[in-house]
Write a protein that binds this ligand. Structure first.
Ligand SMILES: Cc1cc2nc3c(=O)[nH]c(=O)nc-3n(C[C@H](O)[C@H](O)[C@H](O)COP(=O)(O)OP(=O)(O)OC[C@H]3O[C@@H](n4cnc5c(N)ncnc54)[C@H](O)[C@@H]3O)c2cc1C
Length: 387
């Protein structure tokens, strides 16, 4: 069976890519290694959340899923405060200053994925499918599944995450390193209301984010060196809440209650090429960033927007939309953008490490200075809004 496009990977980025390309009238199929996510229930909770930028909201609205997400559970945030030594010396962003109603939205990973999948029924989805072999040439690609099926397409869109099998099969190399850190993720109830504010403190051991949830709790992403992360994960709930409250300088008062915690290893990864014959990489398959800027899925959604625009414009001009020449435009545009974000987050991460105490101290005071430097602050705000 030959399709126009096969998307490999049905995470948020792959599911959005498959829908967006299908909505353009292309014959699209999707291959996902796991089972399809089940329909989202009101009492489902996912510890993994995303801070969605306005550009991502626009994509989800264009895909006709935003209203369903909003009706289920999203949490707009109107302020962001970033500090190191003293919450009073924080770098502050507010929706009002940016002339907007909100800066972004906190949305659970499982909710986004389940909502996108509810629209995917319109196209062939091969779930619990293992790819055994792949062949790529200039005119198309074919995939051999473990169950013996063979699928062909003009183009494969690889959205199979940071450990991308498609990237490996196409022989694309990566630049990558592990941070030796884990992000501890949980939801907590605090003494004070979060006031629709996203908080981030740069600790010596790594950044700590408190993101506002719709039910009044906060989602925690606490990045810490492996040894400290292990220690924090092993604490009982009361001891963990006390450590977290102190680390956050009680910015929301005491931490009263926590869910279970998970620890996610952190890495930086960038594919040296985004293209191989009849293959294109999107999302974490092309790039993985430290979560400190909350940009991972936003960058992936922006990849999807640029890829779809590139293909649509080539189709309108009756050019071969799957050719390396056409897709090079996508690769050039996204690589430049993604590398800039990778460099920015990596530099921020290193600037606050103990190896650079002078810089760390200067940045601690500098937060307040950046806050008073209107052009720099508005550049940072614009970068955060457009992945
Ligand atoms: C702790 C933490 C916090 C984060 N917070 C944020 C945040 O606030 N904001 C933000 O924007 N980003 C955040 N991120 C990053 C974000 O999680 C990723 O950028 C995002 O999940 C990438 O989506 P994706 O669809 O590209 O890949 P994935 O979510 O990894 O999805 C890949 C999909 O492909 C499937 N798959 C894998 N291999 C195969 C195969 N061989 N065949 C078929 N299917 C396959 C997988 O089952 C999966 O469904 C965070 C990450 C971490 C670790």
């Amino acid at each position: 069976m030959r399709h126009d496009i096969i998307v490999v990977g049905g995470g948020p980025v792959g599911a959005a890519a498959a829908l967006a390309l299908h909505d353009q009238g292309l014959d699209v199929a999707l291959i996902e290694r796991r089972a399809a996510p089940r329909a989202w229930q009101a009492n489902d909770y996912d510890l993994r959340v995303y801070a969605l930028a306005p550009s991502s909201q626009q994509l989800l609205a264009d895909l006709n899923v935003w209203d369903a997400l909003a009706a289920a559970r999203i949490s707009p945030y109107t302020q962001m405060k970033i500090w190191q030594r003293d919450p009073e010396l924080s770098l502050k962003f507010s929706a009002a200053d940016a002339g907007r109603t909100q800066l972004g939205w906190i949305v659970e990973h499982g909710l986004i994925t389940a909502t996108l999948w509810s629209r995917l029924q319109a196209l062939p989805c091969h779930t619990q499918a293992e790819i055994e072999a792949a062949q790529f040439d200039d005119d198309g690609a074919s995939l051999q599944l473990r169950d013996g099926r063979k699928l062909q397409a003009r183009l494969i869109v690889a959205a199979d995450g940071a450990d991308s099998q498609m990237r490996r099969l196409a022989g694309i190399e990566t630049l990558s390193w592990r941070y030796g850190q884990r992000a501890i993720v949980c939801h907590v109830r605090t003494e004070q209301a979060h006031r629709q504010t996203a908080w981030q403190r740069f600790l010596k051991s790594g950044p700590l984010a408190l993101l506002p949830l719709a039910d009044g709790r906060s989602s925690i992403v606490w990045s810490a060196d492996d040894a400290l992360a292990e220690e924090l994960l092993a604490l009982d709930d009361a001891a963990f809440c006390a450590r977290l409250g102190a680390a956050a300088e009680q910015v929301l008062g005491a931490v009263l209650e926590t869910t279970g915690r998970i620890g996610v290893p952190l890495q930086l990864l960038h594919a040296r090429e985004y293209l191989a014959p009849s293959l294109v990489l999107v999302g974490d398959a092309a790039h993985a960033v430290h979560p400190l800027a909350g940009q991972g899925v936003n960058l992936g959604f922006a990849d999807v927007q640029t890829l779809v625009a590139t293909i649509v414009s080539a189709r309108r001009a009756r050019r071969d939309w799957g050719s390396a020449r056409t897709l090079a435009r996508y690769a050039r545009a996204r690589k430049a953008h993604n590398l800039e974000m990778l460099a920015l987050t990596d530099t921020l991460y290193r600037a606050f490490r103990p190896a650079l105490p002078g810089l760390r101290a200067a940045l601690g005071f500098g937060m307040g200075a950046i806050d008073r430097t209107a052009p720099l602050k508005s550049w940072l705000a614009r970068r955060a809004a457009q992945a």
